[in-house]
Design a protein around this ligand. Structure first.
Ligand code: ATP
Length: 736
């Protein structure tokens, strides 16, 4: 992106905001129903965006109860009242279930309390119950105001002035049980808690050859159970939407004993708390344990996770999701007209979108109805495409079909890791190998990147060889940054020796460039005229054409956790500014998103050129900030954001300019960003995207049957959106 693009975008955003004045408006924000990590980030975003556009924002404490009770439960918020809450789980404004709000009498009181403060914009963060309540309130609003006027509680002028109530919802629920949004606020954090426990249990279970039955939350929705099962490669999963077929008891025991026979030392069974059989009878963890003990005699333990899943600090994803949704919610309120229906801010792919609240609530209730009526296929479909694809991927990877049932493709497919290691690469390799085998291919692993390939480090890899890989960080195959350009001859030779019919490259920018080099060499080396595909895997998230790359989420969580700790270290020592350098090459993703998730004052990135005036403006901002109660500053700097304004330079500049007002510390986060166990998102993203890449390879191989060579179009970068690989012209627009 060049400078003109940046200033045009900055300018258009400013212009957009100019037309969006909140002057004279009042917004009430409340959290209702069960709490979820990330609710605070949503509250913070609503308050700050509201203030930014000139509106007044009110906290409504204790959900609808506070709205009904009024008084000190409805308090105007300021910029500082939401400082230092991003990293706090739960909700600082409290949540409750309120019987009174279910009655018209209660809602009449609530309306009176809002009118008293001039609040006609309501932002509700909660589950489907809370949003249903908000919609009923909105529909009744004019009637409630009429009644208040008749009772003499408000005058006619007030009725006219506050004639319409605008309502916007954000879904806060760890269960991800709301239709219309890909993710609800809190789900990703709950998955973090579950996976932390699974990883811990796996180490102890390995030592003793145990079976673990793990019960996770989800009374009506199996999302947490399903995604946890995918993320840890569980042996079996029980979900309310997809009950096991009749005779599951025997099938499950056969599966567990087969896995033991393959020298697998532990079995993990994941159960959603609302798991049922096809007759809608509950399947409990204890029941499953009994079955395993009596039928197989395995040492079996049950772990029920319970409220641990709601607790802890929100993940980077939830903070960012909630912040983006909060901003969008305020924009939606300000753009609402009397005709605009109540909406819910949802996530579609990577975009915050607005959907009609009533329809989403209806769809959510339809899933339950389908389950009650035992229309389980409908229930899965209604949960959405992502749920369905998670379920299909899980089934495909968990159970190996008997060899005689797999159609033979007679094709050899090789998998290679290229570039720096990224958490989730191993999950991607596991998925590729298992999907490849189930599609009838012979799978080959290439060790140590293109360098190893040229030297002949290539071996057949089987289904069981990749067992337990999902949770492991780094690259088990070994990965190198070396490009193939100088060893094309040797690589072509290896392709010929092993009769490789397709190549899957998992890696970052080097993988991308490597793929282009291989494609450019097709004219010279016939062996390279095979389907080749890359899956983006790099912490930097700098591969063109994809919103995400494997490893970026894990790195982002590491940065966010570290920033939390660094910020906390200053809680005793006031007036301190931290300069933190992140990885990312020329890509500002980590610094930018890390800044959003950790609540930084500024993030310097390569894509948004800055100069000494910007640095000076930030010093002035920090100097002002030190006069408030928040006497702490956080500045993120992407490693290659500027050749001359280095981390040291900024540190020295701030130290000098801040003399007597604040002192400075600097931290270069370095390789800790590349290490660690992959986050749930990276495990699942790696698994799903790699499965998709293998499916594409299979299609191309089928199309190519009988043809001597594959056309040049058989080259693709599988992204989260399936975007085609960009041409070399596009590459010159991106810097590594
Ligand atoms: P969770 O998913 O955590 O259960 P939820 O928002 O669905 O969250 P509920 O207990 O269903 O939780 O609803 C929370 C509150 O919303 C209720 O206590 C009540 O005050 C209000 N509410 C729910 N449904 C209605 C309704 N139909 N009419 C009026 N208010 C409602």
């Amino acid at each position: 992106m060049d400078d003109d693009d940046v200033s045009a975008r900055k300018g258009s955003f400013r212009k957009f905001l100019e037309h969006l004045s909140g002057a004279g408006k009042a917004i009430g924000v409340l959290t209702s129903g069960g709490d979820a990590q990330g609710m605070n980030a949503a509250v913070r975003a609503v308050v700050r965006m509201g203030i930014y556009v000139g509106a007044k924002v009110y906290f409504i404490y204790e959900g609808y109860q506070g709205m009904v009770d009024g008084g000190s439960n409805i308090v105007e918020a300021n910029w500082e009242s939401v400082s230092s809450i991003l990293q706090v789980g739960g909700t600082i404004i409290g949540s409750a279930r309120c019987k009174a709000f279910r009655t018209r009498e209660g809602r009449l009181k609530a309306a009176g309390n809002l009118v008293q403060r001039g609040i006609t914009n309501l932002c509700v963060i909660g589950g489907d119950g809370s949003l249903t309540g908000a919609n009923i309130f909105r529909k009744e609003w004019s009637g409630l105001l009429k009644e208040l006027a008749e009772n003499g509680d408000i005058d006619r002028e007030e009725v006219q002035k506050h004639a319409y109530l605008n309502v916007v919802g954000m879904v806060g629920s760890i269960d991800n049980d709301f239709c219309g949004t890909d993710m609800t606020i809190g789900t990703d954090s709950a998955l973090h808690r579950i996976i932390e426990v699974v990883d811990a249990i796996m180490t102890t279970a390995q030592s003793h050859q145990r079976t673990f039955v793990l019960e996770v939350m989800g009374r009506h929705c199996g999302y947490l159970a399903l995604v946890s099962a995918l993320a840890c490669g569980a042996d079996w999963v029980f979900l309310p939407e997809s009950p096991p077929e009749e005779g599951w008891q025997e099938n499950m025991c056969v599966k567990l004993s087969e896995n033991r026979a393959r020298k697998k030392r532990l079995n993990i069974i994941i159960v959603a708390e609302g798991a049922i059989d096809t007759q809608n009878k509950p399947i409990t963890s204890e029941q499953i344990k009994e079955l395993v003990v009596t039928q197989l005699g395995y040492d079996t333990r049950v772990t029920i996770l319970g409220h641990v899943q709601r607790g802890g600090t929100p993940s980077a994803f939830d903070r960012i999701l909630a912040s983006r949704m909060g901003v969008e919610a305020v924009v939606a309120l300000l753009q609402a007209t009397p005709e605009t229906p109540a909406c819910v801010v949802s996530l579609s792919g990577n975009q915050a979108v607005r959907l009609p609240l009533v329809e989403c609530v209806q769809m959510t209730q339809d899933v339950q109805k389908a389950m009650d009526e035992r229309r389980f296929k409908d229930a899965v479909r209604l949960r959405g495409r992502s749920f369905e694809s998670n379920l299909n991927t899980y089934k495909r990877l968990a159970i190996k079909m008997p060899d005689d049932q797999i159609p033979k493709s007679n094709c050899n497919v090789a998998v290679i890791n290229v570039g720096a290691p990224a958490a989730g690469m191993n999950a991607a390799v596991r998925s590729a190998v298992r999907v490849g085998i189930s599609e009838g291919h012979k799978m080959f692993a290439i060790y140590d990147g293109f360098e190893g390939f040229a030297k002949g480090q290539i071996k057949e890899i089987g289904w069981a060889d990749v067992g337990g890989w999902t949770g492991q960080g780094g690259s088990i195959l070994g990965t190198k940054r070396t490009l193939p350009g100088k060893s094309l001859e040797a690589i072509a030779e290896q392709m010929r020796t092993h009769s490789i019919n397709a190549l899957l490259i998992i890696g970052g920018f080097e993988a991308y460039l490597g793929l282009l080099e291989l494609s450019a060499a097709r004219e010279k080396h016939e062996e390279l005229c095979v389907p080749m595909v890359m899956v983006p895997a790099t912490v930097s998230n700098n591969v063109p054409g994809s919103d995400f790359s494997i490893g970026a989420d894990t790195a982002l969580n590491t940065i966010t956790d570290t920033c939390d700790r660094i910020k906390q270290s200053a809680s005793g020592t006031k007036r301190r500014v931290f300069i933190i350098e992140t990885m990312g090459g020329y890509c500002g993703y980590l610094a930018n998103m890390g800044g959003l998730a950790a609540g930084a004052d500024a993030a310097y990135i390569f894509e948004e050129p800055f100069d000494i005036r910007d640095l000076q403006a930030n010093v002035e901002h920090l100097t002002e900030k030190m006069k408030t109660t928040i006497q702490r500053g956080l500045v993120l700097r992407n490693e290659s954001c500027s050749e001359h304004y280095t981390t040291d330079f900024i540190y020295h500049l701030y130290s000098e300019e801040g003399k007597g007002v604040f002192d400075c510390r600097k931290n270069v986060l370095g390789h800790m960003q590349q290490g660690g166990a992959p986050s749930p998102f990276d495990r699942n993203f790696g698994t799903k995207i790699s499965a998709r890449a293998m499916q594409w390879i299979s299609t191309k191989l089928k199309e190519a049957q009988g043809k001597a060579r594959v056309g040049l179009t058989a080259l693709r970068s599988v992204s989260d959106r399936g975007t085609p690989l960009l041409g070399s012209r596009a590459v010159t627009r991106y810097r590594k």
